[in-house]
Design a protein around this ligand. Sequence first.
Ligand SMILES: Nc1nc2c(ncn2[C@@H]2O[C@H](COP(=O)(O)OP(=O)(O)OP(=O)(O)O)[C@@H](O)[C@H]2O)c(=O)[nH]1
Ligand SMILES: [Mg+2]
Length: 292
Amino acid sequence: MEDKKEKLPSTIINYYPGHMAKTKRLIKEKYNLIDVVYEVIDARMPKSSMIKDIDDLIKDKPRIIILTKYDLCDTKITDKWVEYYEKMGYHITCLDLTKNEATSKLVDITHQLMNELQQKRLDKGLSKKDIRALVVGVPNVGKSTLINRMAGKKVTTTGNNPGVTRNLSWLKTNSNILLLDSPGILWPKLDDEKQALNLASFTSIPIDTLPIDRVAIYILGTLEKYYPNILKERYNINRIDDDIIVTYDAIGKKIGAIISGGEIDYDRVSRTILEDIKQERIKGVTFDRIDD
Ligand SMILES: Nc1nc2c(ncn2[C@@H]2O[C@H](COP(=O)(O)OP(=O)(O)OP(=O)(O)O)[C@@H](O)[C@H]2O)c(=O)[nH]1
Ligand SMILES: [Mg+2]
């Protein structure tokens, strides 16, 4: 365990599969058709799940930031981020997409933002147009789930893994808004270590992109720092030791991750921690902090 910790790779992660570059190219081709951009981010990582070079891609198009998975976040912290982005002048809305009524506020904001454009058309004697919105974001944040909600039925595939959507496609909703679903995108070099670890913690990059124990140790450290009670309750441990390995051992014993000779199966402990976030057994957490 200790050995592995010392052999950490450099913090630059080259995870940028070809389909992401292709997606950006296709978005640029469709740029002129797009009226508004829905930038979907995960409420548990309001900073880390923002696409780094998004401005290059969408330039001056009107943008609405959508924080999904609001049901899984620490609302106290995430609400501070919402205020922060609002102060910066962004339009922003939080959604729990497990609930049906979720998207009506977003529809209202969209039509408000498009009011001027529609009015110009009416002034010219044209009819109102269907609004075309690009739905964009890092992998697995809920872009396709949002579209299905807005369509009121399953029109695009979803799944709890990064890289489920593979093509760009226009999909109809009930509210005069056409949505362009797009595959999750990142940028060529994930050179911010904390951002990469957050993306890995919440399944926005594949599990094998970073060493799994590196991610699990980061999750444990973050839970210890901000959410010790969630950590204690989840693994039924009474106290948290300063030495993270002691915590690892305690969790290993509680979940029965023991290999022959009574050693702790650290790999299994790491996988369990990641899986517990993925399967929503650890929730009520937000890892990004404004003053970090
Ligand atoms: N609890 C909860 N789960 C959500 C929410 N939104 C999406 N999910 C889940 O998140 C997972 C990913 O959703 P998708 O809609 O496939 O994500 P995506 O952004 O389209 O992902 P890619 O196409 O892989 O980039 C699925 O398991 C969804 O059920 C939400 O608001 N709350
Ligand atoms: Mg998708």
